[in-house]
Design a protein around this ligand. Structure first.
Ligand code: 3HC
Length: 305
């Protein structure tokens, strides 16, 4: 058990480094720059990926401007604060570096190993992992006490929550900084144990797994979607899987099955679906109405264990 962290210990964040320029990273890059108004760097494996992330951010800034949420000066200020690079040396003066790269422990360890050589001794490291062990991600760090889990939800601009994950090594300064940063981003933060799926994905993996199971059992997709409505969720389980991405959902399921084999269903069907384009069919309002024929075939061919 842990008490509320002492805000006085928080490190002032003057420049944010983001590693990864994919869907989640680009979304929270915009949030950092918009809410903290500090320089934000994004990077990825190559310039094409960096450019794709930057294009998304510039597009969203233009949308906010068109909606009247940002005036021209404010939008230009954001454009000036966000920068993409493939040169990690530029991260040297970042005091808060968060990664959202491929969900594999080895990849994340390698990324942090490289960045730790570059950043200052007291810079904070954060991982947006959705379900991997934060302690394991930090296992190769010289300074594992500076690492904290900082898990966003999709769509980042709208979802009000961040899960902050403390490992047995996380220093109070890192934890406190994470809470102050989350507040600066306008999010509610909850402190979770470093347990598989933390809290939210543990619940979502159940919801998604049970929804898929109901389809294997013969309930049509659209009916499963409707049947979930009384739970008060803002969208049905398949629409949610579509939002977070089938690959991400499959990965979360894998992690949960590995951690709790007796409590979660194996998900080979999610993997097969993740390879298809346009898995779900939607009506004009974007609601899921069914699966494509190819996806139906995959579902029928894979009955979860
Ligand atoms: N990016 C930015 N803004 C977005 C957005 C996006 N992708 N999607 C929606 N929004 C904004 C809209 O612009 C709109 O803003 P405005 O009112 O200021 O114009 C606002 O959100 C509401 O959008 P809509 O009216 O179009 O749609 P809804 O009212 O139907 O809400 C929703 C859409 C917010 C996505 C809602 O359905 C929802 O909350 N769904 C559940 C999402 C969820 O559970 N996410 C968690 C996924 S798990 C996860 O991410 C963890 C990972 O580790 C797997």
């Amino acid at each position: 058990p842990v008490g509320a962290p002492d805000k006085a210990l928080a490190k002032k964040v003057t420049k944010v480094g983001i590693i990864g320029a994919g869907l989640m990273a680009s979304q929270f890059a915009l949030l950092f720059v918009r809410r903290l108004q500090v320089p934000v760097l994004i990077t990825d494996l190559d310039q094409a990926r960096v450019d794709k992330g930057l294009a998304y951010i510039h597009d969203e800034i233009a949308k906010l401007e068109a909606k009247g949420r940002l005036d021209g000066d404010a939008a230009n200020k954001l454009r000036g604060l966000i920068r993409g690079t493939t040169d990690k040396a530029e991260y040297a003066d970042c005091d808060f570096v968060i990664e959202a790269v491929f969900e594999e422990v080895g990849v994340k360890q390698a990324v942090f190993g490289e960045i730790e050589q570059i950043i200052a001794e007291d810079a904070i490291l954060a991982t947006n992992t959705s379900s991997l062990s934060v302690e394991e991600i930090g296992a190769k760090l010289k300074n594992p006490e500076r690492l904290v889990g900082f898990h966003f939800f999709n769509p980042v601009a709208v979802m009000p929550l961040i899960e902050i994950v403390k490992t047995p090594h996380t220093a109070d300064a890192a934890l406190s900084t994470a809470f102050v940063v989350a507040k600066g981003l306008g999010k509610n933060a909850v402190l979770t144990a470093d347990a598989p799926g933390f809290v939210v994905n543990r619940l979502l993996a159940k919801v998604m797994g049970e929804a898929a199971r109901a389809v294997y059992e013969g309930t049509p997709v659209a009916d499963v979607e409707k049947a979930f409505a009384p739970l008060g969720l803002p969208m049905g389980p398949f629409q949610l899987i579509d939002l977070v991405g089938w690959k991400v959902a499959a990965h979360v399921q894998d992690t949960m099955v590995r951690a709790f084999p007796d409590r979660f269903y194996a998900n080979e069907n999610f993997h097969a679906l993740a390879e298809l384009d346009g898995v779900v069919e939607k009506d004009k309002g974007g609601r899921v109405t069914g699966f494509t024929k190819a996806a139906e075939k995959v579902l029928k061919g894979h009955v979860g264990s």
